[in-house]
Design a protein. Structure first.
Length: 156
């Protein structure tokens, strides 16, 4: 985890004092052979506020910002064509079952231990765009962050 945070910090440091957006705890869900889509997850904080307006990765033919939500008794997933709002100073969590970056038309399987390059573009309240170059670790298909695994086992 320290290595990932250092990598993200170094990536953001390349943008100098201009960096208004921070990303932490990023990861990509691993796939099985023939699987053509997966999700990328992280916690994003924009100091001044803005919108996550686009995402790209060389491992996928199509990359979109998505939302999953309940509509009646049905879970629906849809692309957020206008991007994802990032309220000033608040952390927005990209997580399974919620907001996430969808990687589709994968060019190869993604296995635990791989690293996925991901570019995020955030448009600030001032309409200036900030590009974040990330290197996200791939977790096993059923993988969740350690603290979530521990939290789910409490009381069982």
């Amino acid at each position: 985890m320290k290595h990932l945070l250092s990598l993200l910090t170094l990536t953001l440091a390349a943008f100098g004092a201009q960096a208004q957006t921070t990303v932490k705890d990023g990861w990509v869900r691993g796939t099985v052979p023939q699987q053509k889509a997966t999700g990328a997850f992280a916690q994003i904080t924009s100091a001044q506020g803005g919108r996550l307006v686009s995402a790209a990765s060389p491992v996928a033919g199509v990359v979109e910002i998505h939302e999953m939500r309940m509509s009646g008794s049905t879970m629906q997933m849809r692309a957020l064509t206008d991007g994802l709002d990032l309220p000033a100073g608040q952390t927005v969590e990209l997580k399974p079952g919620g907001y996430h970056v969808m990687l589709m038309d994968l060019k190869q399987p993604l296995k635990a231990g791989d690293t996925v390059p991901l570019t995020l573009v955030v448009e600030g309240a001032d309409k200036k765009r900030e590009t974040l170059q990330l290197q996200l670790p791939v977790r096993a298909l059923g993988g969740m962050p350690q603290q979530q695994q521990q939290g789910q086992h409490k009381g069982h």
